[in-house]
Design a protein around this ligand. Sequence first.
Ligand SMILES: [Zn+2]
Length: 318
Amino acid sequence: MISPCQSFAAEKLTDEQIHTKRMELFQKSEAMTQIPWYYLAAIDQYERSLRFARKDREKPSSFISIYMEPEKWVGPLNPHSEDDNPETIALFNGIGRDGDHDGKASLKSDEDKLAALTDFILRYGIDHDNFKLALWDYYKRDKTVSIIMGNAKIYKQYGTIHLNQKAFPLPLRFNYSYRNTWGDARGWGGRRIHEGTDLFADYGVPVRATSYGIIEMKGWNRYGGWRIGIRDINNTYHYFAHLSGFAKDLHVGQVVEPGMVVGGVGSSGYGPPGTSGKFPPHLHYGMYKDNGLTEWSFDPYPHLRMWERQDRIKSRKH
Ligand SMILES: [Zn+2]
């Protein structure tokens, strides 16, 4: 499918073309530094998610979305706040680098930003543990480190960054119904408002991952029952609750893909582990956005409608 994504200046590129260009930049960096491309891609993708989730960041305007504070770029004591001279930047201990060899270290250059990032990583080392340490020193947040390591695992496994595909959580051939109940007062206790969409279906109807992602949480919760949490490649957290059970061999840290069965529709919850049947069987589906500082829920309903539509189109083609 060809859809215009972010339109960079006058260029109208498809998602696939953008991904190809981006991948070329990562692979060029890998060739020069030996830092695996998927580590660079994982950071860049995390940074892109922040640009969409935060008002204090500009929306992506080039292939690489890594954000670097101008003060860190030029060096904290550098009197020239927009310095792009690699020599004075080095003198003031700035992280800015000239990666595209045009004589300038510019925050507007994708290659310069990647060079600054790879130089930072190389101070630690490029094996798994040292890379994690570099991430921790850079972000000082455990959750961010684990999100980026998750991205890296997904990219490494599939060998591509072109992972936009989505799926509706229930196979369309089963009977189900759902409507927009975002923000309704809760029927079944718990939180003050309903943070999600309830999809009603029979016991055992397969529940599927909706995106490429990592299983971040799995187990019992008093209100959610048997529930699972998957963080996708765009740093959105998908929450599936009241399951009848889980698919076999599913574990935290596992990579999933759209359409992969993770459990079954059930009515578990509202009591000690194993409690079931206190309400009609349904899948509670929630979506949460992380912005690097905090996480909040948003309405999954429009997304569910879109994925359902896309799955319907796909099934007609077969
Ligand atoms: Zn619900």
